[in-house]
Design a protein around this ligand. Structure first.
Ligand SMILES: [Zn+2]
Length: 437
């Protein structure tokens, strides 16, 4: 029978890592004869949830097992969560669900909602009870939402792959010893089949995290083959404990897809169109803001300093430009939309009004006061019946899609190179060489 195991919220700020538990489970479950019918899935959920740890990732393992091995598999999963999950740490409330058969409509619907809403844990619990899905949770049970959502999000449409390699326990907490030059070379050789692994603009390695967690590096790409090949091209100067290829919704903007048509409110992804309603402003720290007028009201859009060149695009906007803004509202304090992407749809005419010139000396006239016409400062001529000149300025901005710099990308942000390369899952994976021997 098919068994879908989902788990979530095993990390806390002190380290620990949901995907690491998955990687250990891969080995233990293979040992007892479980067959993986899919790569382990990493599912990123609504990135605007206030209580998330890092990226709000949940994991699903999809297995084909013999009926009589169910109990022992459940035992292994819970044993691993209890061993590696940060039970008792603040904000770590691990949970696991065990769904026999394949995910049905209500589970898929909960998964869709978890991408773009704050799903209450009571809703997840009701779904589990109604569908008689076995589950376990520790602490506040909040992990049940992500665990069930991971199981329900089967990545049938667009998806990508990530090879995650892990470090030895004794090295956790120290700097990751990954050669920068080799990452740069790997990136140059594998683009656009890999993405968001190296930021050429800022010469920054993006594959290594910085926390105390056991992740050594994660390489993102379009296929299992390319991430494996890219991994071999990277020079690593510390032992690799194990590695696994995951199938993910990274780089698919699944959260924005799910949020289309939703109202703008707190803690959700946002997709909304409207007109620029005032001049953009750059403030101290380099952050850029502009107002947008939409059918749902007027909102402030923000592009923070790390979004880089996106801010320069925004500074070229003028009132009445038509745009669609994509982002999130992580704060409860006012509905500021933090931009993840900007689509410029239509440009307004940029008109500059200027005073007419003096017919005698060609100098630009000054206003003589309200309703009093114009006066020349040089020859004192007063001109009453002249109108202001209208000057139509050329716009440098081109309609299109604009993204932040790579370092400001979220896990779910779809990078430019992925547009037009969205793929459908064919469900018949030749699962080969997808984990360390
Ligand atoms: Zn004059």
């Amino acid at each position: 029978m098919h068994l879908h195991v989902g788990f979530d919220d095993t990390d806390s700020a002190d380290g620990g890592c949901t995907t690491y538990i998955a990687a250990r489970l891969v080995e233990r479950l293979l040992e007892v004869g479980a067959v993986f019918i899919d790569y382990p899935n990493i599912i990123r959920l609504n990135p605007n949830i206030p209580y998330k740890t890092r990226g709000n990732a949940a994991v699903a393992l999809r297995l084909d097992i013999s009926d009589n091995s169910y109990d022992s598999i459940k035992h292994i999963v819970l044993d691993e969560i209890e061993r590696e999950g940060r039970i008792g740490d603040e904000n770590a409330d691990p949970a696991a669900v065990f769904l026999k058969g394949d995910p049905s409509g209500p589970v898929r619907e909960l998964a869709r909602r978890a991408l773009c809403e704050v799903v209450p844990v009571t809703h997840a619990m009701k779904t589990l009870i109604n569908l008689r899905i076995e589950a376990a949770s520790y602490g506040t049970s909040i992990g049940l939402v992500g665990a069930l959502a991971a199981v329900g999000h089967t990545l049938d449409h667009d998806h990508t792959f990530e090879l995650v390699a892990y470090r030895r326990h004794e090295n956790c907490g120290s700097q990751r010893r990954v050669d920068r030059g080799s990452v740069e070379k790997m990136n140059a050789k594998t683009l656009p089949m890999t993405f968001n692994n190296y930021d050429e603009e800022n010469r920054r390695v993006l594959i290594t995290p910085h926390g105390p967690d056991p992740v050594l590096l994660g390489i993102r790409g379009e296929t299992p083959e390319i991430v494996r090949k890219a991994f071999q091209m990277v020079t690593i100067r510390e032992p690799v404990e194990r590695w696994v290829v995951f199938r993910t919704n990274h780089g698919t903007e699944a959260h924005l897809e799910a949020a289309k048509g939703y109202r703008v409110r707190a803690n959700v992804p946002v997709v909304v169109s409207g007109k620029v309603d005032g001049p953009p402003k750059r403030v101290m720290g380099g952050h850029v803001f502009f107002p947008i007028r939409t059918k749902q009201g007027r909102f402030t859009c923000a592009a923070y300093e790390p979004t880089g060149r996106l801010r320069d695009v925004i500074m070229q906007l003028i009132p009445s430009d038509q745009v669609t803004v994509y982002g999130g509202t992580p704060s409860r304090h006012g509905l500021t939309i933090n931009l993840e992407k900007l689509e410029v749809l239509d440009l307004a005419k940029w008109m500059i009004l200027s005073n007419p010139k003096c017919p005698r000396c060609n100098k630009r006239l000054k206003s003589a006061g309200r309703q009093k016409g114009y006066k020349c400062e040089k020859c004192a001529l007063v001109v009453r019946k002249q109108r202001k000149h209208r000057l139509i300025m050329a716009r440098k901005l081109i309609p299109g899609i604009y993204l932040p710099d790579l370092r400001a990308h979220r896990h779910l942000t779809k990078p430019q190179c992925r547009y037009g390369h969205e793929r459908v899952w064919d469900r018949k994976p030749p699962l080969e060489k997808w984990h360390s021997p």
